[in-house]
Design a protein around this ligand. Structure first.
Ligand SMILES: *[C@@H]1O[C@H](CO)[C@@H](O)[C@H](O)[C@H]1NC(C)=O
Ligand SMILES: *[C@@H]1O[C@H](CO)[C@@H](O)[C@H](O)[C@H]1NC(C)=O
Ligand SMILES: *[C@@H]1O[C@H](CO)[C@@H](O)[C@H](O)[C@H]1NC(C)=O
Length: 553
């Protein structure tokens, strides 16, 4: 952060929020390297420097959002993990406080790992987190605020009764972690979920308690599967058109995927039954979106989810940048009308960052053509909201793959191989000569007589000249009745220097990518709309905005 801004942050902290300590410890780090500064985000959550990973314990308390995050105060790599703590009144600007929890006792000497916050009906708050002991044994601990009159809840006190949950007989003690937010059943007992594994089998275990400190394990696993270790279980109800569904989300360590199951939960038996055909789970985001954690925001009556967007560059680059890890913009999630999937969209607060608007309507793009979105001041930091209209649907190729092969299809065909209808979409973080560019693309395939399969890809194969970064393409499919939709397909793409968050079909699909342009950085980056398909398409509407930066200090 430039000096001027740093001192502004200090003044704001001192003058308005009286957070001297927060400023001097985290807020005023100097720029480490030029490239690291150019790639830093402008409105995503990241501390001034060092490593972050999972979001922890998000909650709302007396007018402030609290977010904790796995944080290494000593460097841009995964080590010495504490609970970084930040507060915000709008989910966009944040003030970092002193870490809330750090190793201090035999039950957490080797790390204070992920966990959740539970706000009790009487207003008390419990953080439950995983402590790592000397030989790697993982146990669960509690911490509570020292002073409830402090709206920032700066100090946290660990329970004298820690650890409150230890791995029982038959549980792998080095793979037993990430307590969920607790919920209370009709019988008055609190329930919490923990993730573990048993050979290839992953297990989500349920624990119950009358008082939040004495816990006993349920006899049956709450959920199991065969993906190896999972992490960060999250469990919550959602309703749509009067019917309630429960959502169980797990983070699959090996594939680095967040997967959720929709189903029915009965608190008298503590059985969670995934819906028919939902045994393998679904994805909330098809890209680099991991260890997500949600909370219910009582101030706006919505479910909001945070996730970690891990670096895809080399460790040496992180050392040079001085930082590693960004959190995705918080997203609202809700149940689709048909109750068969979750929908996801950026929280509405993000729209308040939109400044200069560029508007285009009814622009035709012939096969092979493209145009630059002119008039943005800083396309490296932008929100592009586009509605495409396709015709010539008889040209769409038949869809002959399985839905699970979407990412492979994006890898094989990406945003450049000509199809009948598409690929078309946007190029962002593009250099003037277009050699460096990240594509967010749409390809239309015929599923049956009426429906179409729409393939959305984040094609990052040309996103950077550097060969030290992971350039895997990610993508997913949406089934649409295009005739009913008037041939229209929507695509919103949020760009913030090193991160691209794409949302298709009004939130039916999301894909997050991390990118590392070398020439298309800062004010040298451009944005375009392209059509590589055989058919002409129409941009029926395009609204592009420059995005203001937020203050994180
Ligand atoms: C608790 O916080 C309030 C508000 O910040 C403060 O005025 C009070 O002195 C604090 N109490 C203690 C015991 O620290
Ligand atoms: C526990 O998990 C670790 C890490 O996967 C593995 O190395 C170890 O063998 C497991 N222990 C048992 C007792 O299964
Ligand atoms: C990437 O660049 C190469 C070389 O210019 C080009 O052949 C290819 O089509 C490009 N792919 C994408 C997705 O931009």
């Amino acid at each position: 952060m430039p000096c001027e801004e740093a001192s502004m942050a200090r003044i704001r902290c001192l003058g308005i929020l009286l957070l001297t300590l927060a400023c001097s410890t985290l807020g005023v780090a100097a720029a480490d390297s030029e490239s690291g500064e150019k790639l830093r985000t402008s409105f995503h959550f990241q501390p001034a420097r060092n490593w972050i990973n999972d979001p922890n314990g998000p909650m709302y308390y007396r007018g402030f959002y609290h977010l904790f995050v796995q944080y290494n105060p000593t460097g841009p790599h995964w080590r010495n993990i504490v609970w970084g703590h930040a507060v915000s009144s709008d989910l966009l600007s944040w003030v970092f406080l002193e870490p809330a929890i750090a190793p201090s006792a035999p039950y957490d000497a080797k790390g204070t790992w992920s966990g959740s916050a539970t706000v009790l009906p009487d207003g008390r708050i419990n953080l439950m987190y995983t402590g790592v002991q000397v030989h790697g044994r993982q146990v669960q601990n509690l911490a509570v605020p020292r002073n409830y009159s402090d709206p920032f809840l700066r100090e946290w006190v660990k329970s004298q009764l820690n650890p409150v949950i230890v791995p029982g007989a038959g549980v792998n003690s080095t793979e037993f972690r990430d307590p969920s937010t607790a919920w209370r059943g009709a019988d008055g007992l609190w329930r919490v979920l923990l993730a573990t594994k048993d050979h290839r089998r992953h297990l989500v275990l349920l624990y119950r308690s009358t008082d939040f400190t004495h816990w006993s394990a349920a006899r049956r696993p709450f959920h199991e599967g065969h993906t190896g270790m999972v992490e960060c279980a999250d469990f919550f109800p959602l309703s749509s058109a009067g019917s309630v569904k429960h959502v169980l989300k797990i983070s699959v360590l090996e594939s680095r995927r967040d997967v959720y199951f929709l189903g029915a939960y009965d608190d008298s038996t503590d059985k969670f039954l995934p819906d028919d055909g939902n045994d393998d789970g679904l994805q909330l985001d098809f890209g680099i979106f991991y260890a997500s954690k949600s909370f219910f925001d009582p101030s706006r009556r919505r479910r909001v989810v945070w996730a970690w967007a891990k670096e895809q560059d080399a460790t040496a680059d992180d050392e040079q940048k001085g930082w590693a890890g960004v959190l995705a913009i918080p997203r609202e999630v809700w149940l689709a009308h048909d109750g068969r999937q979750l929908m996801t969209w950026l929280v509405a607060e993000v729209d308040s960052l939109r400044t200069n608007r560029v508007h285009i309507a009814d622009m035709t793009i012939q096969s092979g053509d493209y145009f630059e979105i002119a008039g943005l001041q800083l396309p490296a930091q932008a929100d592009l909201d586009v509605e495409f209209q396709v015709s010539n649907l008889e040209r769409a190729e038949p869809f002959q793959w399985r839905a699970a092969e979407a990412a492979d299809l994006c890898a094989a065909r990406g945003a450049d191989v000509q199809g009948g209808v598409g690929p078309f979409g946007v190029w962002v973080l593009a250099s003037r000569d277009l050699r460096e560019r990240t594509a967010v693309s749409i390809s239309v395939f015929k599923a049956d007589e009426r429906k179409h399969m729409i393939l959305f890809c984040n094609d990052v194969s040309n996103s950077s000249y550097s060969d030290q970064v992971d350039k895997h393409n990610y993508g997913g499919l949406v089934q649409l009745d295009l005739a009913k939709a008037g041939g229209r397909i929507s695509l919103r793409t949020l760009v913030d220097n090193c991160i691209v968050e794409a949302f298709g079909s009004h939130g039916k699909i999301a894909i997050l990518s991390r990118v590392y342009p070398t020439s298309a950085v800062g004010n040298k980056a451009r944005a375009f709309v392209f059509n590589k398909g055989k058919s002409t398409i129409v941009v029926s509407r395009l609204d592009a905005y420059d995005m203001a930066s937020v203050k994180i200090s």
